[in-house]
Design a protein around this ligand. Structure first.
Ligand code: AMP
Length: 514
């Protein structure tokens, strides 16, 4: 018989021999601290997997989950892998219209939701043909666990090939309708193994887990990393910076989106003392401002390691962990990970020389199988020679470091000239009183698109829009200078910290149209 390539089996192999040691300790939420041993994970996932098996689901059945973050929600994910079904995590912020779209599109056989949402979620799910709707609450109540409690606590993991589907991740849809990225057991396992090695996970590492688990960052990168390494997790259902700072001394690894780093820095108690046992801080999912990178180094003595990836590919590039491989360079996302091919293409399908900006294309064992039930879209997003077009625009410098300058859909074409928003944002962010900015293109009768800046002031400062535009005029080509600048309190962001430029474009679409 061939080796079972089920991702759960590989993660399970990472558990320490001593199954009665603590695997997860909750830091907040009902009943905290709760302690889960490795044996608890082994038994609870078996019970939930047995429950799923007892439902007589078709092969490849999707299990869609929209619940608050809890250890049990993680156990459910692992149980779905174990039983060989396809996990479909849904952002807790999604409302009825969004859930209707995802459930209609993915046709899950099972839906798991919070008890308080059962009424409307089950109505949508049953209407779409879903047979089973369970509830799972933060306080370990709900019908899922009620039913699982009557199941046996041993379970032989389903036999899987590397190419079998393990999860469907709907993309965050900041630039259009969300698509379901199909990830296989092989995609995720190959990536998790590469990261374990590249980031130098060692015995005794403790991960402070404070990210949501409906997204690639918290669910795959963070959780797989700890499980595969047999590492204890300190588990936060919510990111509370003061509480996180208190628990940091017990941890050695932390992963966060840039906003979490900004919030840590805003904590007076955050500094070298809190980080005394830390080995590694990792950032990703959105660009980390160079000021955050620098300030973090000064305050904590640690250099954040920034990496880049996406739902469709898991992780693609990373700054080096070991000094021998190079420095961690702020503003860059490092080197392509071992096994990942990365190239930069121009608009005509040719390749860009080093240092030139173009579309980032990738290939490797981590690259997804395609978009769920969208063969045409999938075909469009791959080149004839099999590279995936990430939709990110960037460059590779002479030393091999990759820099992301934006999404191709955010690229502004004004009067026939290309304007990369990240370049203008970089200049704006350096100006007095500016905390951050977003540059967008909106319809313009003469130029096709007109450049518009939306700026957030530093605490206590109110930047003057006209002065910012004047300052830019002296520094960059006129076609790049925003024709209009708005000063606002905050930029719209999704839960992963990504600026929702589609909302900004929408808000200002009539600006030049009279
Ligand atoms: P998602 O599929 O929701 O994880 O979003 C993936 C997208 O997030 C990528 O295509 C990038 O545009 C962006 N992204 C992820 N990590 C970084 C990073 N370190 N710097 C800049 N953008 C990033």
């Amino acid at each position: 018989m061939h080796e079972n390539q089920n991702l759960f089996v590989a993660l399970r192999e990472g558990f320490p021999a001593e199954l009665d040691g603590i695997a997860i300790e909750t830091a907040d939420g009902p009943g905290a601290p709760l302690f889960y041993t490795w044996r608890d994970i082994e038994r609870a996932t078996a019970m939930i997997a047995n429950l799923l098996d007892s439902l007589g689901l078709p092969a490849g059945a999707r299990v869609a989950v929209q619940t608050e973050k809890s250890v049990e929600a993680l156990l459910l994910y692992l149980a779905v892998l174990r039983a060989g079904y396809v996990y479909l995590p849904l952002n807790t912020a999604y409302q009825a219209a969004e859930i209707e779209y995802f459930v209609g599109n993915a046709e899950p056989s099972v839906v798991v939701c919070s008890g308080r949402n059962f009424g409307w979620v089950s109505k949508i799910a049953f209407k779409a043909g879903t047979r089973h709707v369970f509830t799972l609450n933060e306080d370990r109540t709900g019908t899922l666990l009620d039913r699982a409690a009557f199941q046996g606590d041993t379970h032989a993991p389903a036999q899987k090939w590397a190419d079998d589907l393990a999860a469907i991740l709907y993309t965050s849809g900041t630039t259009g309708r969300s698509k379901g990225a199909m990830l296989t057991h092989g995609n995720m396992l190959s990536n998790a193994r590469v990261l374990k090695d590249y980031w130098g996970w060692v015995k005794g590492d403790v991960l402070l887990h404070a990210l949501p688990i409906f997204h690639v960052h918290g669910l795959f990168v963070a959780s797989h990393g700890a499980l595969l390494n047999g590492s204890r997790m300190i588990w936060f259902a919510r990111f509370d910076p003061a509480a996180v700072v208190k628990r940091l001394p017990e941890a050695s690894v932390f992963m966060g989106v840039p906003t979490l780093y900004v919030r840590l820095l805003a904590e007076a108690g955050f500094g070298r003392e809190a980080c005394r046992n830390m080995r590694l801080f990792i950032a990703g999912s959105a660009p980390l401002l160079i000021e955050t990178f620098n300030e973090f180094r000064e305050r904590s003595g640690h250099t954040i390691l920034e990496r880049y990836g996406m739902s469709e590919t898991v992780m693609l590039t990373s700054n080096p962990y070991h000094a021998k491989d190079g420095e961690r360079r702020g503003g860059t996302v490092g080197f392509p990970l071992p096994g990942v091919g990365l190239r930069v293409a121009d608009d005509r399908g040719g390749l860009c020389p080093s240092g030139e900006i173009g579309g980032i294309e990738v290939r490797g064992p981590n690259v997804f199988k395609g978009y769920w039930r969208m063969p045409e879209k999938t075909k469009e997003e791959f080149t004839a020679d099999g590279w995936f077009k990430t939709g990110d625009v960037g460059k590779v410098d002479g030393d091999g470091y990759v820099t992301i300058v934006g999404r191709s859909k955010d690229l502004i074409i004004t009067g026939g000239y290309n304007v990369y928003p990240a370049e203008i944002e970089g200049y704006l962010n350096e100006m007095d009183g500016v905390a951050e900015s977003a540059v967008i293109g909106v319809p313009h009768p003469d130029f096709g698109e007109g450049v518009v800046a939306v700026v957030v002031g530093r605490p206590g400062a109110t930047p003057d829009a006209a002065a910012l535009i004047t300052a830019l005029k002296g520094r960059i080509a006129n076609f790049k200078v925003p024709k209009h600048c708005f000063v606002v309190d905050a930029l719209p962001r999704n839960t992963m910290g990504k600026v929702q430029k589609n909302l900004l474009r929408d808000a200002h679409k009539g600006l030049f149209l009279g």
